[in-house]
Design a protein around this ligand. Structure first.
Ligand code: ARG
Length: 459
C-alpha cells in the first residue's frame, strides 16, 4: 500500500528521455574526471542507450516496485549490464537528478510552445491582412462604442500572444540552469565538473548554490503562471467568438469541424471547442495555485512534497499545448460576416464622439459638446433616425454651430480614418502595425531556432 501511495513513476515516466540524457552526460563527466574508469562509463552509456530504445519501442515495463523513473531506469541498467551499472549514481542524488530532468524537459516544452504561439500569431496576421477594410462596432461594457477595423481588433490579440511569447523566452533563461553537482543538498563529495555537464547538455549556466538547486521550483510556478496568461487570453477570445457566432451577433460562422450538434435539438450548432478552451483555462489556474500552495510551507531543502510538482506542471503543459494549437486551427477557418459587421457599425450612433469632437473644433468646450451630441442622439432615437440623416433645420434647432460640413465627419469610413495616430484604427496605422508584427514574428523565429539549436542534445 505504501509503495503504491508513494510512487511517482506513473507520472514521471514521461521524463525518461531527459533522465537518460542527463545520466549519459553525468557518466561522461565522471570518466573525464577519472572518477569512473572509461570502460565502465562506455558500458553504462551503451546500456542507457539500449534502455532508451526499449522504452521507445514500448518494450519497457515501468513498475511501481521502483519508486520513480530514475530508479526504474537504474534498476534495468543493473539488470542488463550487471553491478557496474550501480556506478552510474556516483556523486549524484535523485534530488539534483530530478531537478535536472524537469529543467531539461521544460526547456524543450517552452521552445515548443513558443513555436506554437508564433504559428498562432501568424494565423492572426493572415486573418488581419484580409480584414483591414472590414469595419465593425468596437464595444465597451458590451455596448457599442466606436467603429474599428476588424484587423485592428484581431491585432489586439496578436499583441497579447506576443507578450505571452516574450514571457516564455524570459522564463527560458531562468530554466536554462544546470543543477547537477548539488548532490542531495550540500554539493557532491566527488570532484565533479558541473560546467562540463552543462556544456554537454547545452545549458548556459550552472546553479550557483546547491541548496537552492535541489529545492527551487519557482521556474515551474512561473511556467504555470505564463500558461495561465496564455489560457486567459485564449479564453477571452473564445468567449468573444462564442458571442460573435451567436444569432444575436452573427459576426462569424465557425467551421463545422469545430462544432457539434445537439443530441436532442436538430437545429443546433454548438461552439464546443471554444467552450472547452474557456473551460480548461480554469484548470490551469488550478495548477498554478496547486504549485504555489505546495511550495509555500517547505523549509530547505528537498521535501517529498515536491514530488507532487509534476502533476500540475504536466497538466498545464498538456493543456496549454492542446489549446494553442487547436485554437490556431480554428481561427484559420473562421468565416467573418463582413456585411453584418458593417451594418451593425452603421447603427447605434458610433459616430457620436465625432460629432462632439466636431463641435470642439468649432470652439465649444468638450463637456458642453458632449451634452449637445447626447441630445442629438436622444432626438434621433425618438425620430428613429441616424445622426447623418438629420436635416439642416433639425441641426439648427439642436446645435446652430453645425454646418453642412458635418456630413463629412459622420460617415463610418471617416470616423475610422479620424483615428490616425500610432496604435489607432485608421488604415495606415493598422497597416503599420501589421508590418511591425510581421517583422517581429520573423525575428522571433530566428531566435527560437537559435535556442533550439543550443538545446538540441540527443541520446
Ligand atoms: N520521486 C522523487 C521526486 O519525484 C525523486 C526524488 C526523491 N528523493 C528523495 N530523497 N526521496 O521528487
Amino acid at each position: 500500500m505504501v509503495e503504491r501511495f508513494t510512487e511517482s513513476v506513473s507520472f514521471d515516466q514521461r521524463l525518461y528521455r531527459e533522465d537518460i540524457l542527463g545520466s549519459i552526460a553525468h557518466v561522461r563527466m565522471l570518466a573525464r574526471q577519472e572518477i569512473l574508469a572509461a570502460k565502465d562509463a562506455k558500458r553504462i552509456e551503451k546500456g542507457l542507450r539500449e534502455i532508451a530504445g526499449e522504452i521507445e519501442a514500448g518494450r519497457f515495463r515501468f513498475s511501481s516496485k521502483r519508486e520513480d523513473v530514475h530508479m526504474n531506469i537504474e534498476a534495468r541498467l543493473i539488470e542488463k549490464i550487471g553491478d557496474v551499472g550501480g556506478k552510474l549514481h556516483t556523486g549524484r542524488s535523485r534530488n539534483d537528478q530530478v531537478a535536472l530532468d524537469v529543467r531539461l524537459y521544460l526547456r524543450e516544452v517552452i521552445d515548443e510552445i513558443r513555436g506554437q504561439l508564433l504559428r498562432l500569431q501568424e494565423v492572426v496576421l493572415e486573418r488581419a491582412e484580409e480584414t483591414v477594410d472590414v469595419l465593425l462596432p468596437g464595444y465597451t461594457h458590451l455596448q457599442k462604442a466606436q467603429p474599428v477595423r476588424l484587423a485592428h481588433h484581431l491585432l489586439a490579440y496578436y499583441q497579447m500572444f506576443s507578450r505571452d511569447g516574450e514571457r516564455l523566452s524570459q522564463l527560458r533563461e531562468r530554466v536554462d540552469v544546470m543543477p547537477l553537482g548539488a548532490g542531495a543538498i550540500a554539493g557532491s563529495g566527488y570532484p565533479v565538473d558541473p560546467g562540463f555537464v552543462a556544456e554537454l547538455l547545452g545549458f548556459s549556466r550552472v546553479a550557483p548554490n546547491s541548496m537552492d538547486a535541489v529545492s527551487d521550483r519557482d521556474f515551474a510556478v512561473e511556467f504555470c503562471s505564463a500558461a495561465s496568461l496564455i489560457l486567459l487570453h485564449l479564453s477571452r477570445w473564445s468567449e468573444e467568438l462564442i458571442l460573435w457566432s451567436s444569432e444575436a451577433f452573427g459576426f462569424i460562422e465557425l467551421a463545422d469541424a469545430y462544432c457539434t450538434g445537439s443530441s436532442m435539438m436538430p437545429q443546433k450548432k454548438n461552439p464546443d471547442v471554444l467552450e472547452l478552451i474557456r473551460g480548461k483555462a480554469g484548470s490551469v489556474y488550478g495548477d498554478l495555485q496547486a504549485l504555489l500552495v505546495l511550495m509555500k510551507g517547505l523549509p530547505l531543502t528537498y521535501q517529498r512534497d515536491m514530488q507532487e510538482d509534476k502533476v500540475p506542471l504536466f497538466h498545464a503543459v498538456d493543456t496549454v499545448r492542446g489549446c494553442v494549437s487547436v485554437f490556431a486551427a480554428l481561427l484559420e477557418t473562421v468565416r467573418f460576416q463582413a456585411d453584418r459587421m458593417q451594418r451593425e457599425a452603421e447603427q447605434g450612433f458610433l459616430n457620436a464622439t465625432d460629432l462632439a469632437d466636431y463641435l470642439v473644433r468649432k470652439g465649444m468646450p468638450f463637456r458642453q459638446a458632449h451634452g449637445v451630441a447626447g441630445r442629438a442622439v436622444r432626438y434621433c432615437l425618438d425620430k428613429d433616425k441616424r445622426l447623418e440623416d438629420l436635416t439642416r433645420p433639425e441641426w439648427r434647432a439642436l446645435a446652430p454651430e453645425v454646418d453642412p460640413g458635418v456630413q463629412r465627419i459622420l460617415g463610418l469610413q471617416q470616423v475610422v480614418e479620424a483615428r490616425n495616430i500610432p496604435g489607432g484604427t485608421a488604415r495606415s496605422q493598422v497597416r503599420k502595425q501589421l508590418r511591425q508584427a510581421r517583422g517581429e514574428v520573423k525575428k522571433r523565429w530566428v531566435r527560437l531556432e537559435k535556442d533550439e539549436a543550443k538545446s538540441s542534445v540527443s541520446v
